[in-house]
Design a protein. Structure first.
Length: 95
């Protein structure tokens, strides 16, 4: 994750602290954790969706958003299969 530059240089958290961790928790399906890290995450997500719906089709935002979602899903699936592979190797070695 990106470091908080405000906290690093000024020593205190900004109003947006917790947004990255909250988004990660939201993508993982940990909704209560996402809310506890940054309570405004749900209104921001809904606002982003609403703005995305009203952008013209020719805008590059939907393509960008789709690409980001596809990249995220691909990474999650790859990590999951790697974890399953490690677990299966451990079972084979142990038996």
């Amino acid at each position: 994750m990106l470091p908080c530059l405000n906290k690093k240089y000024f020593g205190f958290e900004c109003m947006g602290c917790g947004v990255q961790r909250s988004l990660v928790a939201l993508f993982k399906g940990h909704f209560t954790e996402a809310f506890s890290l940054y309570p405004a995450i749900f209104p921001l997500v809904f606002l982003g969706i609403a703005i995305g719906m009203y952008l013209p089709i020719t805008s590059s935002f939907p393509l960008f958003l789709g690409g980001m979602i596809a990249m995220f899903v691909k990474r999650r699936l790859k990590a999951k299969t790697q974890d399953e592979h490690k677990i299966n190797q451990g079972k084979q070695i142990g038996t």
